[in-house]
Design a binder for this molecule. Structure first.
Ligand code: PLP
Length: 476
């Protein structure tokens, strides 16, 4: 494709873009049970207009666009207050949970370099339930991930294992509030106490839960503690573009104090270019997310968020009970907020996800790990609260359909086939394995069950290689 010789009309462009969206998930439907956080028409429209008002204002240099910094400071302070930070606590807006986590980990590494220079091979101790972005941070910043387990019934981090893993290279302990997969909050008080005892950095990943859980706490729900009221907590990430219901790309990274945060910043005046000073990863950036978050917080207010949280929690309770009541399904752990997952020992859940897709739902598959079976994940957001019965009806029908189907894909059999292929021809098994999953070229198969089953059966490093290779082909 080339840049068109002459420009196209606005009408033509808009039509073409609409057409491009045809294959996207219908996020406004309330039937997409991951990725989507929809505050409703009025708030959405206002946040979008606010975003567009600041689309071209640059967050690069606060002396030129003080509005961008003002919006950021006000949004950050509102969230610091929500997570019970005092006046010492500071923060910044970032492009998302991943950037918040990357920054916190880089900052912790540079803090350790400054305060414990004898450490040359820093280590981070994290439960297997922590988000993959911590692993990304380890790769980016040269930190060794030391993965510990969790209680296979409650899915809460094994703090004893964390303590046992501490050595002279440890710099960071991680806990989630909650972990995405099962919506379970780690024992943050214990993790933070351990960090304090050993003078370590304690990051609480509140990307998905920091805002929602804080409102639950204020409303009197039985909520596990996770915020700055716990002394040993060093940093918290909380995403505006998840349960803050703001437009993307908006997350907050918060530090116990400025002394720690200063290791996050970057300045350079050594080049012929302007003096560069960046608080976060991006340099030039739109102020749109700041304005969109500011508008969302101000329009919903405490009462608006509390109404959303109440309705979402009621819907989650109905869904968790409903899923547990379906024969052959069981919810994993006891979710602390509105995310959960369920597994089955009887049928192939990847086929159930496909069946749900045919009925207009998106339910996210998650693969097995040590201590956790494979499962399907559900995130409940406000646009789904009136669809719980419809979802459960379709789930029941999908489970029945798979159970009674003559085309069942038994995971154990696929595992045997994959293992046989890997043993017979370890070098060249990839193409055959992809073909088994119905993948040829860059086209996705209509049904994802087989490729998901194949991925479930592959060793992790091989599955990761395969996914990277596939993505590398997709982005031509
Ligand atoms: C617990 C948790 N942490 C971090 C992230 C990363 O956030 P993002 O996708 O905004 O980069 C996610 C995303 O789902 C998450 O659930």
């Amino acid at each position: 494709m080339h840049i068109p010789e002459t420009g196209r009309s606005r009408e033509e462009i808009m039509q073409a873009l609409e057409a491009y969206k045809a294959g996207d998930l219908p996020w406004k439907s309330g039937r997409v049970m991951a990725y989507v956080y929809d505050p409703g028409r009025e708030v959405y429209d206002t946040a979008r207009d606010a975003y567009m008002m600041f689309l071209s204002e640059s967050g690069l240099d606060p002396t030129t666009f003080p509005s961008a910094m003002r919006l950021e400071r006000e949004v950050v302070r509102m969230i610091i207050n929500l997570v019970r930070g005092d006046e010492e606590v500071v923060g910044n807006m970032t492009s998302g949970g991943t950037e918040s986590i990357l920054l916190a980990m880089k900052t912790a590494r540079d803090w350790a370099r400054a305060t414990r220079p004898e450490i040359t091979a820093p280590e981070m101790i994290l439960p297997r339930t922590a988000h993959p972005s911590f692993h990304k941070a380890c790769v980016y910043f040269g930190i060794k991930p030391v993965i510990v387990g969790f209680d296979p019934v409650t899915f809460r981090a094994d703090v004893k294992a964390m303590e046992a893993a501490i050595n002279e290279n440890t710099i960071i302990l991680v806990g989630s509030a909650p972990g995405y997969a099962q919506g379970v909050v780690d024992p943050i008080e214990d993790i933070a106490a351990l960090a304090e005892k050993h003078a370590l950095w304690c990051h609480v990943d509140g990307c998905v839960g920091g805002i929602h859980l804080s409102f639950m706490r204020k409303m009197g729900y039985d909520t596990p503690p996770f915020d700055f009221s716990i002394p040993g907590v060093t940093t918290i990430s909380a995403d505006m573009h998840k349960f803050g219901y703001a437009p993307k790309n908006a997350s907050i990274i918060m530090y116990r104090n400025k002394e720690l945060r200063k290791h996050q910043f970057f300045a350079c005046i050594q080049t012929t270019t302007y003096a560069l000073i960046n608080p976060t990863v991006m340099s030039t950036k739109t102020a749109g997310p700041m304005a969109g978050s500011w508008a969302t917080l101000n329009m919903l207010g405490e009462s608006g968020y509390q109404k959303i949280v109440r309705e979402v929690q009621e819907a989650t309770d109905r869904l968790v009970a409903g899923v547990n009541a379906i024969e052959g399904l069981r919810v994993l752990g006891k979710p602390d907020m509105c995310l959960f997952s369920f597994t089955s020992d009887e049928i192939n859940l990847f086929q159930v996800a496909d069946q749900m897709h045919r009925r207009g739902w998106y339910i996210q598959p998650q693969f097995s790990t040590e201590l956790s079976p494979y499962n399907l994940h559900i995130t409940v957001n406000h646009s789904s609260v009136n669809l719980t019965e419809a979802l459960l009806d379709d789930l029941r029908a999908s489970v029945d359909m798979v159970r009674n189907s003559t085309d069942q894909i038994p995971i154990a059999t696929v595992r045997e086939q994959v293992n046989a292929l890997l043993t017979a021809n370890p070098e060249n098994a990839t193409e055959t394995i992809l073909a088994m999953g119905g993948i040829s070229g860059t086209e996705l198969p209509e049904s994802m069950a087989m490729i998901n089953t194949v991925l479930e059966c592959l060793p992790d490093p091989l599955a990761e290689d395969l996914l990277i290779g596939y993505l590398n082909d997709l982005f031509q």
